[in-house]
Design a protein around this ligand. Structure first.
Ligand code: F3S
Length: 388
C-alpha cells in the first residue's frame, strides 16, 4: 500500500502510540479490501457510541486511547438524550455509563453531536471522501449527496477521524459506484410521502441485498423522501448506495450502462401491504433524525391538538437548536422532541409492546431491537393515531 511521509512518521510512533495503532488498523483494513492507498477524508461519523452496544470493555478501550480527531467528526445516536435523559425516563445507572462513553469520545476530540444525520450540521459536498458508520447516513451521503464513503465499523471510523484518512477502496472508487440491478417502480409516486418511500426501501432492500439499485419511475422524490428510502434499503438489505434516474447526482445524465442488469418490477400494492392498521401504545417519528421540514410538518399537524399516547420525535441537537420555535410548538401538544437518541437505540422504547413509526427502517428494526410490534404510517397518520 502506498504511504506518504506523514503516514510513515505516524507508523514509526512519532505522533504517539494511539495514532500509530489507528493507522496500523487502517492499513490492515486497506490490505484486506485491496486498497492501494489512503485517501484524506472531509469528516467522520463514529458508531459504537451507545453503552448498550459497546458495554464495559468498549468503554475501557476508549479510555485507553490518547489522540485527537483531526477532521470534523460526530457520534452515532446513543441510548439517551445527553441533557433530557431524566425526562425520557432513562435508568440512572445506564445514564452514568452512557455519559462515561460520551466523555471518552469528547476527550478524543469527537464533536458532541450524536446523530445519524450529520449532513444537516455541516455541509457535505459532492465527491468528498468520508468515513461514516451509520447505514442510513452512509446511504444518504453516497446516493443523495454524491459523497464517497464505505460503511465503516466503529473502530475504523474512529481511526479515520484520528488520522484524517481512510483506505481508498469500495465506494471511494468510480468503478464501484455503478448500478448492479434495475428497480422499475410501476406506481404513480407523485404524492408519495416519506413513509411511502420508506416502505418502498423496506420492500426493495429484501430483494436487492447488498447490490447497488438503479431506480426508474420515481417521480417527485425530495431529499426527505430519499432519506427514508435509503435508510430502509440499508436496513432490510445492505445497500450503501442507490441511484434514482434523473434525481440523484450520479444518475442525472443517463450515462450508466444498464444493459444486461437484472430488472425487478415493483407495484404499488406490494408497498401498500406494509401499511397495516394495528393498535399501538406509542408513536415515534424521526428515523433517520428529522430535518427542519419534517419538524415543521409535525408542528403544523399537531397544532391545537393534545397527544393521547407517548409521542416521541427525534432530531439532532443542532437541528433542534436552530428550530426552537417549531420544537416548542410540537411540545405544546405533549409530544417530546429528543436529541442524540432514537426509537431503536434507546432502551426506554423497550417498555412498549407496539410502536407506530413513519420509517421503513424503524419498521424493520423496532421488532428486533425493542421487542415491539411496529406499524408504519405517514406523519399525518402518526399524528392522527397519537391524538385519537
Ligand atoms: Fe437513525 Fe436510529 Fe433510525 S440511528 S436511522 S434514527 S434507527
Amino acid at each position: 500500500m502506498l504511504l506518504d511521509n506523514d503516514d510513515e512518521r505516524i507508523l514509526a510512533g512519532e505522533e504517539g502510540e494511539t495514532k500509530q495503532k489507528m493507522l496500523e488498523l487502517l492499513v490492515a483494513l486497506g490490505k484486506v479490501f485491496g486498497a492501494e492507498r489512503l485517501v484524506p477524508i472531509a469528516s467522520a461519523q463514529v458508531s459504537g457510541a451507545s453503552y448498550k452496544t459497546i458495554g464495559k470493555y468498549g468503554l475501557e478501550w476508549l479510555n485507553s486511547l490518547d489522540a485527537k480527531a483531526v477532521v470534523p467528526a460526530v457520534l452515532n445516536p446513543i441510548g439517551m438524550p445527553r441533557t433530557r435523559w431524566q425526562e425520557m425516563g432513562v435508568d440512572p445507572a445506564f445514564a452514568k455509563n452512557q455519559q462515561a462513553v460520551v466523555a471518552a469520545y469528547e476527550r478524543l476530540g469527537i464533536g458532541m453531536e450524536c446523530t445519524c444525520t450529520p449532513y444537516y450540521l455541516r455541509e457535505t459536498k459532492f465527491g468528498e471522501h468520508l468515513a461514516w458508520s451509520e447505514s442510513s447516513a452512509v446511504c444518504y451521503a453516497n446516493s443523495v449527496i454524491g459523497a464517497r464513503t464505505n460503511r465503516e465499523g466503529g473502530p475504523g471510523a474512529l481511526a479515520a477521524a484520528l488520522v484524517g484518512k481512510t483506505p481508498c477502496y469500495g465506494f471511494h472508487l468510480d468503478e464501484k459506484r455503478k448500478p448492479q440491478v434495475v428497480v422499475r417502480v410501476q406506481a404513480d409516486t407523485r404524492d408519495w410521502t416519506i413513509a411511502d418511500f420508506g416502505a418502498l426501501g423496506n420492500h426493495v432492500g429484501k430483494l436487492v441485498g447488498n447490490r447497488i439499485p438503479f431506480f426508474s419511475g420515481l417521480e417527485a422524490a425530495g431529499r426527505d423522501q430519499l432519506k427514508g428510502l435509503g435508510a430502509a434499503l440499508a436496513a432490510t438489505g445492505a445497500v450503501a448506495l442507490y441511484h434514482v434516474e434523473g434525481v440523484t447526482p450520479e444518475a442525472l445524465d443517463g450515462s450508466f450502462d444498464l444493459a444486461g442488469l437484472e430488472t425487478i418490477a415493483v407495484e404499488s400494492e406490494e408497498i401498500r401491504k406494509l401499511f397495516k392498521e394495528i393498535p399501538v401504545e406509542a408513536v415515534a417519528v424521526g428515523c433517520p433524525h428529522c430535518s427542519p421540514a419534517e419538524l415543521e410538518e409535525i408542528a403544523r399537524l399537531l397544532k391545537g391538538q393534545v397527544v393521547t399516547k407517548p409521542f416521541y420525535v427525534f432530531a439532532s441537537q443542532g437541528v433542534i437548536d436552530k428550530n426552537l420555535r417549531t420544537v416548542d410548538a410540537i411540545e405544546k401538544s405533549g409530544a417530546r422532541v429528543f436529541a442524540d437518541t432514537c426509537m431503536v437505540v434507546s432502551p426506554v422504547m423497550e417498555q412498549y409492546e407496539s410502536i407506530m413509526v413513519n420509517s421503513g427502517k424503524a419498521l424493520a428494526y423496532v421488532p428486533d431491537m425493542c421487542g415491539a410490534v411496529a406499524r408504519i404510517g405517514t406523519i399525518a397518520d402518526c399524528v392522527r393515531v397519537g391524538t385519537e
